[in-house]
Design a protein around this ligand. Sequence first.
Ligand SMILES: *Cc1c(COP(=O)(O)O)cnc(C)c1O
Ligand code: SF4
Length: 336
Amino acid sequence: MIPRTDSTWQTQSWQEQLKNLVCDPAELFSRLNLSPDNLAAVREACGDFPLRVSHSYLERIQPNNPDDPLLLQILPGAAELQSAPGYTRDPLLERDKNLNPGLIHKYRGRVLLLVSSACPVHCRYCFRRHFPYDDNRNSRLQWQQALHTIRSDPSISEVIYSGGDPLTASDRQLAWLTEQIAAIDHVKRLRIHTRFPVLIPARINRECLLWLSQSRLRVTMVLHVNHPAELDRHVADSLQRLQQSGITLLNQSVLLRGINDSVDTLTALSEQLFDHGVLPYYLHLLDKVAGAAHFDLPESTALSLYRALQSRLPGYLLPRLVREESGKTAKTLVTL
Ligand SMILES: *Cc1c(COP(=O)(O)O)cnc(C)c1O
Ligand code: SF4
């Protein structure tokens, strides 16, 4: 029998934790003491986007609770197999902007580098769940091409490490890449979009902090926390290490039905993020990706939630409510 709590992960390096992700629905069910009734449906929904979650995150999920807001973010389910009109495999038409493998240039002044295709978790609402990552495997040669593109375009002042999760790459690769980018004069800022501090807090170790803090570039890290229960003491420690290294910390969330679609939850999220030195940045309306329709909310509901949130929070803790629209060079503000 598998013990319900397995804390051996606490002594493992981040690489070991990444290798030992929970990918077997039966193991998840047994850990969380969930009824195996719908195990077959879960297995079917794994399809081309299987279950994937770290032991560290699993420890923050309440056992015996099939509606746990953290569980719902990672548990494949039958609802994903239903097609819904308007929900497509490439909702943001990123394939058209992906001319140079590994590089997406859709925002003015900023480029996204797809540093790694892997993630320490598979979020069921992910808008890149069908992205052709296999065509975006980076070799040094591809990096050279991407760097050449950045070097030749003086309008680019910010490079964004994206993915997948860019921190699945090794610190050696990331240090090299960051150094190459810092050598390009017109690039001023580096941004890293990652869920690692939340999924595998041990990722923020000395090697990582070294290349992050030694660069001439101004570094911002954008986390992705959707619910306050994701923030435990291990996450808090990793955020503190980042802050002490001078990294600006921001957070983006996705508004998700049944997970964080309540004013109390969103208020607590903003307040607790700030307790850990993180500023709420964006609250996204869901991208209409096939398999995620069950997480969506009508825009009118989103707006009334947002209005209530605004009445509860100081302005600097209110994330911007946004939607991503294909073909636009910036996010669209959803306004009251
Ligand atoms: C929105 C977004 C960006 C660009 O963000 P801005 O803050 O608007 O420049 C980059 N990466 C991801 C994943 C995003 O969602
Ligand atoms: S970490 Fe980001 S890219 Fe990876 S599955 Fe989750 S939402 Fe998608």
